[in-house]
Ligand binder design. Structure first.
Ligand SMILES: CC(C)(COP(=O)(O)OP(=O)(O)OC[C@H]1O[C@@H](n2cnc3c(N)ncnc32)[C@H](O)[C@@H]1OP(=O)(O)O)[C@@H](O)C(=O)NCCC(=O)NCCS
Length: 220
């Protein structure tokens, strides 16, 4: 997550085109618009420009941003980020889901996935959630949807994540979702003028399918 782009780019506010595409999307059309995915407590959906104010409130806080690439600091900055995310999704490079809690339509966080090589064989994911919702179960619920989507629909076979060694919750969250710690990337993330070590976590599609199969068998 640490280097996942919170890109402050020029706006391209083609709202109607995004909404039209979202209304007709199927999962495999994700470049046109992301599918709406329902978990047990959260829904993941494409970003909307109108999410900018709530994302600013949720993510531009010291505790959320401490160990990640600095998020935008204004509503306009988030609008530019959302427009950039739509363009990068349309180009097939990047996916960003808004996290919405059941019974609301307010974006309280993000899951991002980007390709690390053409064709999406290896990808990197990252996430951030408003601190009011930490420990609520929203993370793990949404994370399972995103990992399923990455392996099942996008065609990823290796999903990487990087978390600063000092980021207790980030590392705890990745461990909880079943990621495997592969090593430490020394002094690999520049934050506030200091190079931090990062833990490299991975999930590979075979392990994920096996773990999910075990869960399914246990449930039935
Ligand atoms: C990362 C994030 C999305 C996770 O969501 P969350 O709701 O906090 O995650 P959860 O509470 O479900 O899981 C975190 C786990 O880490 C554990 N944890 C918390 N602090 C910890 C610490 N200092 N050391 C180790 N584990 C810790 C929690 O106990 C929890 O495990 P448990 O449910 O088994 O008790 C959220 O914390 C966040 O947005 N953080 C700021 C942005 C960020 O750092 N993103 C991740 C970059 S890799």
């Amino acid at each position: 997550m640490e280097k996942m782009p919170f890109r402050d780019a020029d706006p391209m506010l083609d709202v109607q085109a995004v909404m039209d595409a979202a209304n007709s999307v199927t999962a495999s059309d994700w470049r046109k618009a992301l599918p709406v995915m329902k978990g047990s407590t959260v829904t993941l959906r494409d970003l909307r420009l109108s999410d900018a104010p709530s994302l600013l409130t949720m993510l531009a806080t010291e505790e959320v941003a401490r160990f990640i690439s600095p998020p935008p600091t204004t509503v306009e900055g988030f609008e530019r980020f959302i427009a950039w995310a739509h363009r990068e999704r349309a180009a097939g490079n990047y996916i960003c889901f808004a996290i919405v809690l059941d019974g609301t339509d307010t974006a309280v966080g993000l899951f991002q996935v980007r390709q690390l090589e053409p064709g999406w064989g290896t990808a990197e994911w990252g996430f951030a959630l408003g601190s009011a919702y930490w420990g609520s179960g929203a993370f793990i619920d949404g994370a399972r949807l995103v990992v399923d989507f990455s392996f099942g629909t996008v065609g990823v076979h290796r999903l990487e994540a990087r978390a600063a060694v000092q980021n207790g919750r980030g590392n705890g969250a990745l461990r909880k979702v079943g990621a495997v710690q592969e090593g430490v990337l020394r002094k690999s993330f520049l934050r506030n003028g200091e190079y931090l070590d990062q833990v490299l976590w991975t999930i590979v599609d075979e392990d994920w399918r096996q773990a999910r199969a075990v869960v399914t068998v246990k449930v039935h």
